[in-house]
Design a protein around this ligand. Structure first.
Ligand code: UDP
Ligand code: MG
Length: 167
């Protein structure tokens, strides 16, 4: 079954220059990249993305982590991979949430660490199921930024909408 999955290379992955390594590992899946962007993560996006963890004691630190405040790298790389069993394949390559428990050859096992404050810096986010993937993809991407039609979309005409174009 073809699926879409949201991948984020988190700020620690960018700071450690792991983008190439991570994309090479993910290419083992033979899945197709159907969207990508570099994102400066606003507070509301980080909080919405991790809303299932908002009652955890580490939530404020986790939000700082995703926004790059712990690494002086205020950006993440967001990608959508698409293809057969995409979620299972990418989560297997990523490894367990806790980098110390992750398979040593997995992405998180190879590159992750636990900070002294207890946050798992695990270099990569991978959607956990189809429902979460759809919710997350709609948070991070607009329909026109994705080269396939993943979910129903509609056209709107926006009046007086200011946007930047090339000068
Ligand atoms: N996390 C953490 N401590 C925990 C659980 C989660 O620091 O005990 C962080 C970790 O960075 C993880 C993220 O919160 O990737 C989201 O947690 P989730 O349970 O969704 O795990 P994931 O889907 O990323 O494996
Ligand atoms: Mg998750």
């Amino acid at each position: 079954m073809n699926q879409a999955v949201l991948i984020l290379i988190k700020p620690d992955g960018l700071k450690k220059s792991l983008t190439g390594n991570i994309l090479t590992r993910l290419s083992e899946t033979k899945l197709e990249i159907v969207a990508s962007r570099i994102v400066r993560v606003p507070q509301h996006l980080a909080e919405e993305h991790y809303k299932h963890l908002k009652d955890k004691p580490f939530f404020p630190e986790l939000i700082k982590y995703l926004r790059g405040e712990l690494h002086d790298r205020r950006k993440v790389m967001a990608l959508i991979y698409w293809g057969k069993d995409a979620i299972k394949k990418c989560r297997e390559l990523a490894g367990s949430t806790n980098p110390e428990e992750a398979e040593p050859t997995s992405i998180r096992g190879s590159y992750g660490r636990i900070t002294t404050s207890g946050v798992y810096e695990n270099v990569i986010h991978v959607s956990s199921n189809e429902e979460e993937a759809e919710r997350e993809i709609k948070l991070w991407f607009q329909p026109e930024e994705i080269i396939v039609d993943l979910y129903p979309a509609k056209e709107t005409a926006e009046k007086n909408c200011k946007r930047k174009v090339w000068a």
